[in-house]
Write a protein of this length. Structure first.
Length: 567
């Protein structure tokens, strides 16, 4: 029989599973995989940091709705990729991380890039982590890892392959133990769907809250149809916002946090449909701030552990969110339209008051561009491209306008809240968007972009036309706001970033750079960057002083209260 190396077996197993590209960074311990990719034509998008490779795998997985694969070397390669693994773990993103390690024969010899248990480091933040100790097991265990990653609830997996196992030559049986993946998604049964519709019909003030699981299944059409048939306003967490673009304007509540103040206005919802949105930070941890204490709650999630995590629910359903939403929309349309005129109008009035409050305050007291005004300008240019948001103030401001646009994907911080994910995530998202001819637009802060400026080089080398918009307030804005409010403006320390010509950094690495100081300059830069099929950086100066409403709410201040304390 023919001989085949462990590296070649790994690549063959990946290709058999439908993997069409890898994100990684070269190292000697994983060179056998690079050589096998060269022989088979499997492209590797190499980044300038392993963290970016991991985030790129995330960005690809979340944009393409497929498995993302990251390949990193031993030691520092593995420790660098732990942040994206943790991010994928908390956000339920299916990625496979492949790491090299020292030779088995060199165990406990103090050799290079060894001395740590890489599998043990990864186990707490993966669905499954395994070291492969024989080339004969590579295809079988790779198949197993991918099945686990793509089984709901999704998540990251890790395979650790020692250098000598990747170089090991073994007999090629010619039999592939694994083929393409097929996924079966189950909806709630018809009886449960009827139960939900009955609850909606009996409710006076129902709301539908959708999260990232709805976005994962592309449920925008079903959400719009259900909302229209039942007169139910829809709100979303950050990543779910791109699922609201087809919802009728009067039923589109936008960002979930827009429910703040409904109780004080006597408009607290009496039925909350929580679809693919987990209890936690985005729901004020189940407190009555957003979800009234006496509201009936129906929760649908693929992970039974999430049902009623922080407060009791009246009906908890373990099922695929998007598939259940489609079944619910079909049944609602079949039942006929529900007359519910006052409630949607009241919701729209509350949301409009919120946006008008923000918009009326969006003129800066100095000559700098207000970040909300900058967000509105960017929103007008997005079209059906994909969006990535990075940086605390950046995504808080942009989330106020996101529900009115139609990005193909909207990716942002998840539960880890890690800054600096944007460059890698946007790189992977752009790879996933190439075939469809769409761009990825990264909107980031000047603090967050500094984590991975070197990835402009990767974008240029791989001809990935990402547009990076840096909302530059010359500071770590959110933490500086915290310092001012918590300890006083005379205690500002280590939160200033005055040296911010990121457009020139991009130019030095081969990308196109733009600098804008006002609305007209930002409009012109965006129009020109979108007309060119190349990576670009738009560095726009924005005002630091304005504080997003949600940042104030997080620290216990009601941004919509008048001086007397009334909302």
């Amino acid at each position: 029989m023919n001989q085949i190396t462990g590296g070649a077996l790994l690549v063959r197993a990946l290709q058999a599973a439908g993997v069409e590209q890898i994100f990684g960074l070269h190292g000697a311990h994983i060179d056998p995989v690079f050589q096998a990719c060269l022989d088979t034509g499997l492209p590797i998008y190499d980044t300038r940091n392993e963290a970016s490779a991991g985030h790129a795998a995330e960005g690809f997985a979340r944009t393409a709705r497929k498995l993302g694969v990251a390949l990193v070397t031993a030691g520092g390669g593995l420790t660098n990729v732990l942040t994206p693994i943790a991010n994928a773990w908390l956000d339920r993103t299916p990625i496979l991380v492949i790491t090299g390690s020292g030779m088995l024969r060199d165990e406990e010899t103090n050799t290079l890039q060894a001395g740590i248990d890489q599998v043990a480091l990864a186990q707490p933040i993966t669905k499954w982590a395994k070291r492969i100790t024989s080339a004969a097991h590579i295809e079988r265990l790779t198949a197993q890892a991918i099945r686990i990653a793509l089984s709901p609830p999704y998540g990251p997996v890790l395979l650790d392959l020692p250098w000598d196992i990747l170089m090991e030559a073994t007999e090629d049986s010619g039999q592939l133990p694994y083929g393409a993946i097929t996924s079966a998604f189950s909806a709630a049964d018809t009886g449960v769907v009827s139960d939900i519709l009955g609850r909606v019909a009996r409710a006076e003030r129902p709301v539908l809250l959708v999260g990232s699981e709805a976005s994962r299944g592309d449920a925008a059409d079903a959400i719009a149809r259900f909302a229209s048939a039942t007169g139910t306003p829809v709100f979303a967490d950050y990543e779910g916002l791109n699922q609201l673009a087809e919802v009728e304007a009067d039923l589109c509540g936008g960002l979930l946090q827009g429910l703040n103040g409904f109780d004080k206005a006597g408009l607290a919802p009496d039925l909350v449909l929580l679809f693919g949105m987990r209890f936690g930070l985005n729901t004020a941890h189940g407190s009555p701030t957003l979800l009234p204490a006496d509201a009936s709650i129906v929760q649908v999630d693929p992970d039974a552990r999430e049902l009623g995590r922080l407060r009791p629910v009246d009906l908890g359903i373990q099922a695929d969110v998007a598939t259940t939403l489609r079944a619910l929309a079909d049944a609602a349309e079949h039942a006929g339209k529900t007359a519910r005129s006052d409630w949607p109008t009241q919701v729209r009035g509350q949301i409009d008051r919120r946006l008008n409050f923000i918009r009326n305050g969006s003129t800066s007291t100095n000559a700098l561009l207000h970040p909300f005004a900058a967000s509105e300008i960017v929103a007008r240019h997005v079209g059906e491209n994909s969006l990535v948001l990075d940086g605390a103030l950046t995504y808080l401001w942009f989330s106020e306008v996101a529900s009115s646009i139609r990005p193909k994907r909207l990716l942002c911080h998840g539960y880890l809240g890690s800054m600096g994910i944007g460059m890698g995530t946007a790189l992977g998202s752009q790879v996933a968007s190439l075939e469809a001819g769409r761009r990825t637009i990264l909107i980031t802060g000047d603090g967050a972009v500094g984590y991975a400026l070197g990835e402009f080089d990767a974008m240029v080398r791989h001809r990935l036309p990402v547009i990076v918009i840096v909302m530059n307030n010359q500071s770590w804005g959110a933490t500086q706001h915290f310092q001012k409010l918590a300890v006083g403006p005379n205690r500002i320390t280590n939160t200033m970033l005055e040296n911010g010509r990121y457009d020139r950094v991009a130019e030095a690495l081969g990308a196109r750079g733009y600098y804008a100081e006002d609305a007209k300059g930002l409009e012109q830069a965006l129009s020109d960057a979108l007309s060119r099929d190349e990576p670009a950086c738009i560095n726009v100066r924005v005002d630091l002083d304005p504080i997003p409403p949600e940042e104030l709410i997080l620290i216990g201040i009601d941004p919509f209260a008048d001086p007397a304390g009334n909302s």
